[in-house]
Design a binder for this molecule. Structure first.
Ligand code: GLU
Length: 508
């Protein structure tokens, strides 16, 4: 292949991985697979003030869980190391120097007080936050306004400075977006972004362009929030003479709040009671842990399927896809322009659908910790495996198995006795007492248990139907669960006798 596809996910390791971030990973990954290309993970950690302990390792954990493993990353370097921008620091300055030499960038010596004064002095009701741009730069202390000798003296004296791009005046920057089509921006409304900071680190804007170029990235897919930065990046490709190598762009639609009103945030999740991060994120600064999709009980394949459908469609009615199917079908052109509303109920439906399709023995391993956290010991995984098949249809989250199947292993803590009480009578007590006693002497088979209850009930002029629901409540705690004699067979004589006995005591 002449120009093999190389895509990248370039997160800044600053906290929990938002589901929008995982969707960006997914679309990159699927595109790479579809085209036999390479998926690169590059850590964008040039902003040292935003460094968060553990955030990078957390990203790797999320990728492991989802199975969206990068082909090249800091942990698995390919031909373009290093894969962390902080380790690439020495690579960037030469490009900033080149831009300055060409007159496309300049030194700016303004202190933060001077910048603030500029913003205050120039602010008007029409322009409440003036930027450092083609107009205001003329009033600031930079190498465009100061005499050359003074600039040299300032630099030699070690005066802190940043390097800014000199955005051209009265130009229109055009580019093609694979999702949005042709896009244009007027350069006059774009500010002179900082490219190199006073600590010598590049900003995102310089680093992303240099790295995408040096790492031979062919397609850059990123969130829609980066669209306003695109003209800066396009100008940098132009100024650095790399236009022919510029990646093809696609700005992915936002994931919106359930009511469609703005971007979905972690706060919305907290407020509405659903996760927004892929996995639990323990913030080292606040000590707070935010719940993730994994820990709330999602299967990774369901999470992936749900994310794929947030913004992409196959063009058919089909909604359930495996990762392998998505790898075959994905096309970036089928990603919608408009934002995609997040719907937690729908997300849980995807999970329920994938739970139906998952292997019971695998589910048993995943469900065990949920059972144990609820105080239900699982000594024999094969037993859990057995009951999972009976109840999985009713489970939307892995944690739902606790309610739907916990009673197979432990007497229910809550008994919905009110469901039985109203129509209970002495005859029914006799039926239940005799039936549990009969269990000592009968064959341990579904139909035998059932027949025995029918016969004993008939002997007391009670219809079997009248004691079936009460028996269910006694065994499982409420009006739910699979076939009552299947439950009885599984939990065994002693457990049945004990549960019926304590229920009768509660009814007395
Ligand atoms: N570091 C940027 C972020 O965290 C990456 C944007 C891009 O992919 O260009 O979103």
């Amino acid at each position: 292949m002449i120009n093999p596809v190389r895509v990248r996910f370039a997160p800044s390791p600053t906290g929990g991985l938002h589901l929008g971030g995982v969707r960006t990973v997914l679309f990159n990954y699927l595109f790479a697979k579809k085209h036999g290309g390479t998926f690169v993970l590059r850590i964008e950690d040039t902003d040292q003030t935003r460094f968060v302990e553990g955030a990078e390792a957390y990203i790797f954990d999320c990728l492991d869980w989802t199975g969206l493993t990068p082909d090249e990353s800091p942990l698995r370097p390919g031909d373009y190391p290093p894969y962390r921008q902080s380790e690439r620091k020495p690579m960037y300055r030469q490009y900033a120097d080149q831009l300055i030499a060409q007159g496309n960038a300049y030194y700016a010596f303004d202190t933060s007080e001077e910048l603030e004064a500029m913003r205050n002095n120039l602010k008007t009701p029409e322009n409440p936050s003036p930027q450092y741009d083609h107009k205001t730069r003329k009033q600031m202390r930079n190498s465009l306004t100061l005499p050359e000798a003074e600039v040299e003296a300032l630099i030699n004296a070690g005066t802190p400075y940043v390097v800014r791009i000199k955005m051209p005046e009265n130009e229109t920057v055009h580019f093609h977006d694979l999702i949005r089509g042709d896009i244009s921006h007027e350069t006059n409304v774009v500010d002179d972004k900082v490219l190199l900071k006073s600590d010598g680190m590049p900003t995102y804007h310089l680093a992303v362009v240099v790295d995408d170029y040096l790492m031979n990235i062919t397609h850059a897919f990123r969130g829609e929030e980066w669209l306003p930065s695109a003209p800066v990046h396009i100008m940098l490709y132009k100024y650095l003479g790399w236009e022919a190598e510029m990646p093809k762009w696609a700005h992915l639609p936002l994931i919106l709040k359930p009511d469609g009103n703005g971007k979905l945030s972690k706060r919305d999740g907290d407020r509405l009671g659903f996760p927004v991060f892929a996995m639990d994120w323990a913030d080292p600064k606040t000590g707070e842990t935010t719940k993730g999709f994994k820990e709330i009980g999602f299967l990774p394949e369901a999470f992936i399927n749900m994310l794929a459908m947030l913004g992409w469609s196959s063009g058919t009615e089909q909604e359930i896809f495996s990762l392998e199917q998505l790898e075959q079908l994905f096309s970036i052109e089928r990603v919608n322009k408009g934002g995609a509303k997040f719907d937690y109920e729908k997300a849980k439906w995807f999970n329920q659908q994938h739970i139906q399709r998952a292997d019971n023995s695998r589910l048993a391993i995943l469900v065990k910790p949920f059972m144990e956290a609820a105080g239900i010991a699982i000594d024999d995984l094969s037993k859990l495996d057995q009951v999972i098949g009976m109840v999985k249809e009713r489970c939307h989250l892995l944690g739902d198995f606790v309610q739907q199947a916990g009673f197979f292993f432990k007497a229910p803590e809550i008994l919905d006795i009110d469901a039985i009480k109203g129509k209970w009578n002495e005859d029914k007590t006799k039926v239940m007492t005799e039936w549990v006693a009969s269990l000592d002497n009968i064959a341990w088979e579904h139909d035998v248990l059932e027949q025995s209850l029918t016969d004993i009930a008939a002997a007391h002029n009670v219809k079997k139907g009248e004691v079936m629901m009460p028996l269910r409540v006694m065994l499982v705690g409420g009006k739910f669960g699979p076939g009552v004699f299947d439950i009885a067979l599984f939990i065994g004589k002693e457990a049945i006798q004990a549960r019926v006995k304590s229920s009768l005591a509660a009814l007395a």
